[in-house]
Unconditional design. Structure first.
Length: 318
């Protein structure tokens, strides 16, 4: 059964008393949204090729995720969304296993090495992590090789396998403070997905330092780069898992990117909110209590934000 047939089958399960127009890849049914019970004819038009819907009575019209959220069970939503190419992800082959860099020790076991002790002190000072946090997140230190004298921050998949790592130098002379592992793109992993609860809002931050600073807050997820598009696994999984809300808490200098992320989620009918960090350089400057306050005061994405994002993109291109 191809994708279109699967979508048609699922929609007919959800709306069994519908009119099927196979030539147009549409089904016509009663609207259960704003005009539920107010009209005696089928006026809700669903196109399962384009994945959009429109009601000719109440005017409800959008990408199909909103309709599925209102009218379908979670299992049917997931089955339907799994057929959409933009939300698919090519998993790594089963035999692929990322290994930590050679010469890596757990940080707490390497404190007799002067460079490791300096890295430990930097980490404690800049992020406030405890020894228990360092142990639980398996933070390491590399003694030699390509990542010599760097902190190693590992990431684990939902199955508990190492799927990525970020390294950080604490030496001012180093041009590249952060180096990601080679062979894996940050867009293809969700940092520490093993800890993500898809039933609760996620909080998107930019880097590992902000993530570590706010370990006490559930579902803080760093994107580990300067881009975020619909090709990112974090975006695909959050749509497929029907995440209820997304907070965007990037550096204030990345406001255009923040708007782009919110606009992307909004196009799939997921509520997105902007966390105001305009009075600091980076979100990791907040303590956890202050950051929670900023989350509570976050502003919902609007079409005005979308216009501001477009203006900002034009300004940056000049």
């Amino acid at each position: 059964m191809n994708d279109l047939e699967t979508r048609k089958k699922i929609l007919l399960e959800i709306f069994p008393d519908s009119i099927l127009k196979e030539d147009k890849k549409e089904i016509i049914t009663w609207c259960n949204l704003k005009c539920a019970g107010l009209h005696h004819k089928r006026k809700l038009q669903i196109n399962y090729e384009k994945n959009i819907y429109h009601c000719w009575v109440c005017g409800s019209s959008s990408f199909i995720t909103k309709l599925l959220r209102e009218c379908a069970s979670k299992s049917r939503r997931k089955r339907y969304l799994d057929t959409i190419d933009d939300l698919r992800h090519q998993e790594e082959p089963e035999e692929f296993r990322l290994e930590p860099p050679p010469h890596t020790q757990f940080l707490l076991d390497a404190l007799d090495v002067p460079d490791a002790m300096r890295a430990y002190e930097w980490l404690r000072e800049k992020t406030g992590v405890s020894d228990e946090d360092i142990f639980q997140h398996k933070i390491g230190f590399c003694n030699d090789g390509d990542y010599r004298s760097r902190l190693i921050f590992p990431s684990f998949s939902v199955d508990g396998h190492l799927n990525f790592f970020v390294t950080r130098s604490v030496w001012r002379a180093d041009t590249w403070k952060y180096l990601n592992c080679s062979g894996v793109k940050s867009k293809d992993v969700i940092y520490n997905e093993i800890l993500v609860n898809w039933n609760k809002p996620i909080i998107i931050v930019e880097g590992i330092k902000t993530y570590l600073k706010h370990l006490a807050i559930e579902n803080v997820v760093p994107i580990l780069g300067s881009r975020f598009t619909k090709d990112y696994l974090l975006f695909k999984r959050s749509i497929l898992n029907d995440v209820p809300l997304v907070y965007v808490a990037l550096d204030d200098t990345a406001k255009a990117k923040s708007y782009e992320i919110m606009e992307l989620y909004d196009s799939y009918e997921v509520e997105a909110r902007l966390v105001d960090v305009s009075d600091v350089i980076q979100p990791d400057e907040f303590d956890t209590e202050s950051f929670v306050g900023r989350l509570e005061a976050a502003t919902k994405f609007s079409r005005k934000n979308s216009l501001e994002a477009q203006i900002e993109r034009v300004r940056r291109s000049l």
